[in-house]
Design a protein around this ligand. Structure first.
Ligand code: ADP
Length: 451
């Protein structure tokens, strides 16, 4: 590494030949190594203007961002290169670091493993250790019952299902007070105070069906519930299970439940649970029925204690497709509506989404007013877009410019939140015309509004 005099000389040389790319890159690398992060960032940005899409410079810039805790900016810088299938593996490792820091362990692990499988030399032992779930503390729950002969014991879990540790809790879910309270009472308290519930003949376990428009935060909420409880989190897309070739879906489902039981306390999250029913009309009807039965058998558990400490959360955008058998007592018998956020909740979501970004003084209420009918996913899109624009502006200016209210307002103009309106109109049909059992009464006030 250079000494101060060497660094001064290098700076001076770069100043005299600003178009000399290798020189600027060398200076940026030295600054990064010496910990002058803001200056390194500025040098890399300037170098990137000379050589856009240069992988080494992008990596340096992303590294400077990550070391300054600007994870969103790092990901935004990496994104254009990561989008191509042959991206340089070291960029994947950097993205993994940023994603992990943002709490997105699943995507971080995916990025990391993909990168290392292509080039083992980019491996980072420390990062790999942080990506693998920490050991589960001694469990107060009974060991899982041995698996019956069929399906085969030790079957691999379905693709994509991994044990995660959520890095956040209900405090990171903005608004939704009624929904959080419902989950606390239905799921968390029985698990936190099993003796009290046992005294009334109630067991911890069982399930909740979260439903609502896409992007309203069902997955986010399920992850937060796991974090709130210090429980493991297993996320399964039912469509993935269904897409396995016929005959092995049941095995995958069993393996997934077994994985959750081994990691109790655990929140087992099934997204798109309506996929099971949506396939009813297709050629594989008999197979789907078998799979539904298997799912119900797993939910019921082989014995009283099988699912103790396993909380099943299922989510759907189309609750009316979900088999009524799922909603029998002890199964997913507790539907909870996850509504689109109102203005106060939108402001709170925006505040959470922006909290790790460099900010000017913000008027989140104004942005909330300008994003009517937006759900959490739309708001995330608004913030991502504003950050990207700001980043480009900053690159041009050669210095970081904080995100401001007008940036968010400008980005908000470009989103078209159609999902909620469409969802409400479908929901209205079911609530008005197919609500004999009163299952959708909770939606009545919502669908009556103008969307
Ligand atoms: P769904 O599962 O209902 O389709 P998601 O949970 O995937 O929706 O939400 C999309 C994204 O929106 C989340 O990753 C999160 O960043 C953001 N989000 C949604 N709701 C909230 C909320 N209440 N508080 C904070 N962020 C939220």
């Amino acid at each position: 590494m250079l000494d101060d005099a060497g660094l001064r000389a290098l700076r001076e040389a770069a100043r005299l030949s600003p178009e000399n790319l290798p020189l600027r890159q060398h200076l940026a690398g030295q600054l990064l190594a010496m910990g002058y992060l803001a200056e390194a960032e500025a040098e890399y940005r300037a170098a990137l203007v000379l050589a856009p899409k240069n992988a080494d410079i992008t990596a340096g810039l992303a590294e400077a961002f990550v070391r300054q805790s600007a994870y969103g900016a790092a990901l935004a810088a990496l994104e254009p290169l990561l989008a191509s299938p042959g991206y340089p593996p070291k960029l994947g490792v950097l993205a993994a670091r940023a994603l992990l820091a943002e709490g997105d362990t699943a995507r971080a692990a995916h990025r990391y493993h993909d990168a290392v499988s292509r080039d083992p030399s980019v491996g980072d032992a420390d990062l790999a250790a942080r990506l693998s779930a920490p050991p589960v503390p001694a469990s107060p729950y009974p060991a899982p019952a041995p698996a019956p002969a069929y399906p085969a014991a030790g079957s691999p879990p379905p693709d994509g299902a991994e044990v995660e540790r959520a890095g956040f809790s209900f405090a990171d879910v903005a608004g939704m007070e009624a929904v959080k309270e419902a989950l606390r009472i239905k799921l968390l308290l029985p698990l936190q105070q099993p003796e009290l519930f046992a005294a009334y003949g109630k067991r911890a376990g069982g399930g909740v069906l979260l439903y609502g428009p896409p992007g309203a935060g069902k997955t986010h909420l399920a992850r937060a519930a796991a974090g709130e409880l210090g429980a493991a989190f297993v996320n399964v897309g039912l469509a993935d299970i269904l897409d396995m070739y016929i005959g092995s879906s049941e095995r995958n489902l069993r393996a997934t439940f077994e994985m959750a039981r081994r990691n109790r306390p655990c929140v087992l999250f099934f997204d798109e649970v309506d996929a099971l029913a949506a396939r009813r009309s297709d050629m594989r009807q008999a197979h789907t029925r078998q799979l539904v039965n298997q799912f119900l058998a797993e939910l019921d558990g082989v014995d009283q204690k099988a699912n103790e400490g396993v909380l099943v959360l299922a989510a759907t955008n189309a609750p009316w497709y979900v088999d009524v058998a799922f909603r029998r007592p002890g199964r997913l018998d507790q539907p909870v509506f996850v509504p689109p956020p109102d203005a106060a909740a939108r402001a709170a979501i925006l505040r959470i989404l922006c909290r790790d970004k460099p900010l000017a003084e913000m008027d989140f209420d104004a942005v909330a007013r300008a994003t009517e009918h937006c759900v959490g996913a739309d708001l995330k899109g608004v913030v991502d877009r504003a950050v990207e624009a700001k980043l480009q502006q900053s690159i041009r200016a050669g210095r970081p410019i904080p995100l401001s209210t007008p940036d968010l307002l400008a980005a908000a103009q470009t989103v078209r939140p159609t999902a909620v309106r469409e969802w409400m109109s479908t929901a209205r049909n079911y609530v008005m015309h197919a609500n004999d059992s009163g299952a959708w009464d909770e939606l009545m006030p919502w669908v009556k509004r103008k969307w």
